[in-house]
Design a binder for this molecule. Structure first.
Ligand code: ATP
Length: 736
């Protein structure tokens, strides 16, 4: 049935918006109807300008959020019956204050809220404010400087002297665009974190989209984001170990590419003016021309960014205070005729379909629409990542060759790189509906548990957060992430690498790599612990596995990380073992992932005992990657990184000595050693002295502090174990 303005009048007739006796939910409903009529109808008929539409929406947002601020009737506000063409975002589905650090999990939230309220959900809550806390990287654990610079000063620069470039050692200043979307907490007052020059000039061009997350994000000078400033946490890049491979640089002619298919070709640097890989200043608007080494580093980034193509004009920074472009489908209201169409995407019916390739089904349209608004509004609130100022992305819009990139739906989900996920997401999203339905019928408690305990609210992890492991990183980029982002380029591959196995000693950064993959893909990250499944959750392990994958499919793109997978896929399991049920469920899910390449679920399993995995199950892992102990350069990076945040008094020679003495240490061992040593100055101090002391009065950390802890911290991996990995890698690994 076609929607007409008359249809919406019932709300006004039945509800007195100004009434103080009406419930808040009723008022919200009535106001929604009012706005919907006004805005949608007028917009559909071009009766109003973009500015008017913008003002209407803003007005609505203010009023509606005003209503919501009062004690609300949750059930009504969560009512999924209001899933008629989603006009507006900013709805809260919960009366609770928005939480920071929450990944959106639309389906799960629906189920939970529906379960609690007894309502039948038809729509996920439109907006979830997402944010993250501090980095989980090495630096995070020591991010609170306890020691101020004093006589010895901070030797960070000296420490980095042996490192070719500090290009990656940037701070977490900027707005990291997460795989999340937001809107309920939209901040009209916040300036767009990535305004285009035209915006800066006051012109009302559509803002550019955020940058892809396969590369670090960018700085922002927004004072509103100051709370997201992180201490430097990145590692400088190492010399690539893979011949011909240049991490972050231009992709070499890849041996992994099917013959006849060229490696992804970055645009020349000139096409991406203003994009600086690293910028320590906070000036995202000012374009920083590419130069020198950063140009190389940026080539791959440029590739992604150019993929935004027309999307730049469509999915740029949303700001309630900004005037909307008439060209921007983002700001257009869904046409009901499209709603009735199975391919209606809820965007501008006149929009260029080449840039709006995704046309979800009718059912998903309101959600997508709301997500779109939500994601854009939420960007100003999303946590930052590494410094690389985002310049004039608008100038990069011409990437015709990448015009196929940039499914609007991906940006709907609130993360930049999702815009670069290919068109296959059309199918993926469509096929995610059964998963959503399934999720709604799942045990709400279970879903809630998975949402809170398995779905991670992680800080973004950048490649530069991971010291060393260049071979593993290169392989992941080239053989896992690129095929996901550009399946069209890798069409010759028989199997898309949707499941990989990371094996190697404990504490070498496998989980870190998993998080990094999720960050780079802008994906949700679900962390399943094999050991927890076989102990703490043994009785319901298979249900948890099932629910986790269900949520991953609803929340795609997503990365499901399973640690200690050998415990679940062991060949030693007796027939009666309850773990068999978990194993069966996991294999079922892996089968599902491998047989549904159109779905954007990546499974990353991790083990320190690869030899214990049932050999018949190795085939489930398309890629098997050794994650070795950190080499000297990587240990130097870890030590330098940790020391640089403290007041220390070690010469370069002593640091080099530390690097030598930590030979055989895992990354985690090195971190522990440093952490212990860094609190050395506190030891032996009488408690009374400590209470009145300020960090600046502490003596600097010395080599002796490290000396004192060497006797306590030993390498946790034996040579025998290392040999096992080497052997297994030779036989079954993908990297030699
Ligand atoms: N290559 C590395 N670069 C930086 N930090 C590292 C590295 N390897 C390990 N670490 C540090 O060790 C911690 C543990 O790493 P992580 O959890 O990724 O190890 P893992 O290989 O997954 O081991 P496990 O399976 O035992 O958890 C990290 O949080 C980080 O502080």
């Amino acid at each position: 049935m076609q929607w007409t303005p008359e249809h919406a009048q019932w709300a006004e007739q039945h509800f007195d918006i100004s009434s103080t006796t009406r419930s808040l939910a009723h008022k919200a409903e009535a106001y929604r109807g009012h706005l919907q009529r006004t805005y949608q109808y007028a917009w559909a008929n071009d009766d109003i300008s973009a500015l008017t539409a913008s003002n209407l929406l803003k007005k609505y947002a203010e009023k509606y959020s005003g209503i919501l601020e009062g004690p609300s009737e949750r059930a009504l506000l969560c009512s999924y019956s209001e899933s008629a063409p989603g006009l507006l975002n900013g709805r809260k589905s919960e009366s609770d204050a928005w939480q920071e650090g929450i990944y959106p999990m639309s389906c799960a939230a629906d189920v939970i809220s529906a379960s609690k309220t007894g309502m039948t959900p038809a729509l996920p809550p439109p907006d979830v404010t997402a944010s993250v806390g501090s980095s989980t990287g090495v630096a995070s654990s020591l991010s609170e400087p306890s020691y101020s610079s004093s006589n010895c000063g901070n030797h960070a620069s000296a420490l980095h002297s042996g490192i070719p470039s500090q290009e990656f050692a940037s701070s977490y200043n900027g707005s990291y665009l997460h795989s999340t979307y937001s809107g309920g907490q939209s901040t009209p007052a916040l300036p767009s974190p990535h305004p285009s020059p035209l915006h800066s000039a006051g012109l009302l061009q559509p803002p550019p989209p955020p940058p892809p997350t396969l590369v670090p994000s960018y700085n922002t000078s927004s004072p509103n984001l100051s709370s997201y400033n992180y201490p430097p946490a990145g590692y400088p890049p190492q010399t690539p170990v893979a011949p011909g491979y240049s991490p972050g640089g231009a992709p070499p002619p890849s041996a992994y590419l099917p013959s006849g298919i060229a490696a992804p070709t970055p645009l020349p640097p000139s096409t991406i003016p203003g994009y600086s890989y690293q910028s320590h200043n906070h000036a995202p608007i000012a374009p920083t021309p590419l130069n020198g080494s950063s140009a190389n580093t940026l080539k791959r980034k440029a590739f992604y960014m150019t993929g935004q193509g027309d999307m730049d004009s469509s999915y740029g920074n949303f700001n309630y205070s900004q005037q909307r472009s008439a060209q921007s489908p983002m700001y257009r209201m869904p046409d009901n005729s499209l709603v009735d169409s199975t391919r209606g995407n809820g965007f501008d019916r006149n929009a260029d379909t080449s840039s709006l390739a995704f046309k979800p089904t009718k059912q998903s349209m309101p959600t997508d629409q709301q997500r779109k608004f939500g994601s854009q509004a939420g960007r100003a609130l999303t946590p930052p990542s590494y410094g690389s100022s985002k310049g004039s992305l608008g100038s990069m819009r011409s990437g015709e060759s990448f015009g196929k990139f940039g499914s609007p739906v991906m940006s709907d989900h609130g993360d930049d790189s999702r815009q670069h996920l290919p068109h296959s997401i059309d199918t993926a999203t469509s096929s995610s509906h059964p998963a959503e339905e399934q999720l709604k019928n799942s045990d709400a408690n279970l879903v809630e548990m998975v949402t809170t305990e398995i779905l991670q609210q992680t800080s973004p992890v950048d490649w530069s957060d991971i010291a060393g492991l260049e071979m593993a990183k290169a392989t992941i980029k080239d053989e896992v992430l690129w095929p996901i982002l550009r399946p069209d380029m890798f069409s010759g591959l028989a199997t898309l690498p949707r499941s990989i196995l990371l094996f190697g000693p404990q504490g070498t950064g496998r989980t870190l790599l998993g998080r990094c993959m999720a960050s780079q893909l802008g994906a949700a990250f679900l962390l399943l612990s094999g050991s927890a499944l076989v102990t703490k959750w043994l009785g319901e392990g298979e249900k948890i596995v099932q629910a986790s994958f269900l949520i991953a499919r609803c929340r795609q793109p997503s990365v499901v990380f399973i640690s200690d997978v050998d415990l679940l896929l062991s060949s030693q399991l007796s027939e009666e073992s309850p773990v068999n049920r978990i194993k069966s469920e996991l294999l079922l899910q892996l089968d599902g992932v491998l047989s549904s390449p159109e779905e954007h679920v990546l499974v990353v399993c991790s083990t320190s005992k690869p030899e214990e995995i049932d050999e018949s199950l190795r085939r489930y892992f398309v890629k098997r990657l050794l994650v070795p102990l950190p080499d000297a350069t990587a240990r130097h990076q870890i030590i330098s990184q940790l020391l640089s945040q403290h007041n220390y008094c070690l010469s370069d020679k002593e640091v080099t000595l530390l690097v030598q003495r930590t030979d055989g240490f895992s990354g985690l061992d090195v971190v522990r050693l440093c952490q212990e040593a860094l609190v050395g100055p506190l030891h032996g101090m009488p408690g009374a002295d400590l209470s009145g002391m300020i960090p600046g009065q502490m003596r600097p950390v010395s080599y002796q502090d490290f000396e004192n802890v060497f006797c306590k911290i030993q390498p946790s991996i034996s040579q025998k174990e290392l040999d096992t990995y080497t052997e297994w890698n030779k036989m079954f690994g993908c990297s030699q």
